[in-house]
Design a protein around this ligand. Structure first.
Ligand code: C2O
Length: 552
């Protein structure tokens, strides 16, 4: 019968439309899925088929990305607008179909157009296939999804459009949130703080997702340690810590032992903002972990965890760099032979304001961003994937530079030197042979500010071989390479003003964007895309787009 079949179909319908919600003493109409914030959780087992009917009842153009899903042979379902599809127009719908083969852990889904993902997001949880194997750690008593986000008092799409029109940095959010709620350190939020009840003496699994638009976040629970067992849906060697750090896009699965005395304990999320000189929202979101107890007295005031400072780079880097992957029978090992080597420097730029307008960026200029001095532009009449599939010329070129133009990119300077800070707009892709092993050195520039930009690669997980601060140096980096059990991820927070070396196997034909997951930086051009050719068999060839594929 159907329940013993190997793969099930997990089917959802997402009605995306207006929802009126109250936060921070104000009511606002947001765009939300099925009237929920965060949106519905998708739960599947490894190997299942996921089918999501997305019905756009909102006034905005829409698309949904399944962050971290490989989308092997379903590149049409990846979601980034004008990369793999045209937007789903208001009043239209599109059905995303993809499988979960070979993937386990916590991922998530979010809108991938303008700033809609501020409110259009939810968890995507893939558990081991029950009849094959279980978790590589004791099965937790219960699982607790923790989605960290950002709340804006005004419409996010307008905020982004205003920023792009004026060349200025966009407005900051007004609060961080835990499962959509700011928590009791913010005005009018006390009653609606997120609370989760636990029993003493059990192991819970937190599935933590950083869905914030523009900030890395520290997350902690008072008087409790966490054991990290997976990041970005890749199992890790169990790692004990009192604090986790997540860049936007990243996930952490952590075990929590409820071994404290009965009571209330705060969980808290606060930004890790490594930027120098850039404004940010340094407020703290809270939630409550409540021990259920037979004790009938009142709960004492919850204890607040001692949070790291907003600029505590040693703590953040310690967490990020100490993780290693858990080697299991059948784990993919690091390929030792490399076919394609790239060196990508990337960061913010300031470009002269176009004529006919005044810009409000620093020095009267406009913000932009680039990779190897190419500021990535999306097409508007066809998606890159469709242009690739149909061989449509003139949409993009396959000449993304493998190496940066030469100069010291980490020499931070805020003086507006046009030659250094300017960039060139373009839609230049990097072409890869099917199954090529690709090594990419990622180097943060520090031209406008000393920042770290979390980079997300669609379509693949990558090995993180090494990371460090300052200018990349091949000899130094090589000595640091972990070729045995490096962590695997789909999003990496490259150290502030520093570098990382990643490696992946281009075993997924299609067009895959790699971009900064700070949402302010994507429209400025902090992206490029890989064009992965078909292999020689049907199982390595892109099938045609589905019949309801959105048209531009
Ligand atoms: Cu989570 Cu391209 O995004």
């Amino acid at each position: 019968s159907w329940w013993t079949a190997n793969a099930a179909v997990v089917e959802h319908t997402f009605h995306v439309g207006n929802l009126s919600v109250r936060r921070l003493c104000n009511s606002r109409v947001i765009t939300a899925v099925n009237g929920q914030l965060p949106g519905p959780t998708i739960e599947a087992n490894e190997g299942d088929q996921i089918v999501v009917h997305v019905i756009n009842e909102s006034p905005f153009n829409l698309s949904i990305h399944w962050h971290g899903m490989f989308q092997k042979l379903t590149p049409w379902a990846d979601g980034p607008v004008y990369v793999t599809q045209c937007p789903i127009l208001p009043g239209h719908h599109y059905t995303y179909r993809f499988n979960t083969t070979g993937q386990e852990g916590t991922l998530w889904w979010h809108a991938h157009v303008s700033w809609l993902r501020a409110t259009v997001y939810g968890a995507l949880i893939i558990r081991p296939k029950a009849d094959v194997h279980s978790y590589p750690f004791p099965t937790p008593h219960k699982e607790i999804p923790i989605l960290l986000g950002e709340w804006y008092n005004s419409n996010e799409v307008n905020i982004e459009n205003t920023a792009l029109a004026t060349g200025a940095a966009p407005n900051l959010s007004n609060a961080y949130t835990i499962n959509g709620r700011p928590g009791d350190l913010y005005p009018c939020s006390h009653k609606h703080i997120y609370k989760v009840k636990v029993v003493q003496g059990k192991t819970y699994m937190l599935r933590i997702i950083n869905a914030a638009l523009n900030n890395q976040l520290f997350f902690k629970i008072a008087k409790h340690n966490l054991t990290v067992v997976a990041v970005d849906a890749c199992y890790t060697t169990p790692y004990n810590t009192d604090v986790v750090v997540l860049a936007p896009g990243q996930t952490v699965d952590a075990l929590l032992q409820t071994n404290a005395p009965p009571g209330d304990y705060y969980m808290a999320a606060l930004p890790y903002a490594s930027a120098s000189g850039l404004p940010f929202d340094n407020s703290t979101a809270t939630g409550i972990l409540r021990y259920r107890s037979t004790w009938m007295g009142s709960y004492p005031t919850p204890l607040m965890p001692l949070m790291p400072a907003f600029n505590d780079t040693p703590t953040a880097h310690g967490f990020y760099s100490n993780l290693t992957s858990l080697l299991l029978p059948g784990s993919i090992r690091v390929p030792l032979h490399v076919d394609e080597k790239m060196h990508v420097v990337y960061g913010l730029n300031l470009i002269p304001c176009g004529s006919n307008r005044t810009c409000q960026g620093p020095f009267g200029s406009e913000f932009a961003a680039s990779m190897n001095n190419v500021s990535f532009q999306l097409p508007s009449t066809i998606s890159l994937l469709e242009a690739h599939y149909r061989g449509v010329k003139g949409i993009y070129t396959s000449d993304f530079p493998d190496k940066p133009p030469a100069f010291d990119y980490t020499n931070s300077s805020l003086s507006f030197s046009q030659s250094m800070l300017s960039t060139t707009k373009g839609t230049r892709l990097k072409k890869l042979k099917y199954n090529a092993v690709v090594e990419v050195v990622l180097q943060n520039t520090a031209l406008v500010a000393l920042e770290n930009h979390p980079l997300h690669l669609h379509g693949f997980n990558f090995f993180v071989l090494a990371q460090g601060f300052g200018n990349y140096n091949a000899a130094v980096a090589k000595k640091k390479f972990n070729l045995v059990n490096p962590q695997m991820r789909n999003t990496i927070a490259v150290p502030v003003g520093g570098w990382a070396v990643i490696r992946f196997i281009a075993d997924n034909p299609g067009v895959w964007i790699m971009h900064c997951h700070l949402d302010a930086h994507l429209p400025w051009g902090l992206a490029t895309a890989f064009e992965v050719e078909n292999g020689h068999t049907a199982s390595s060839t892109i099938p045609p787009p589905p019949s309801d594929f959105p048209k531009c």
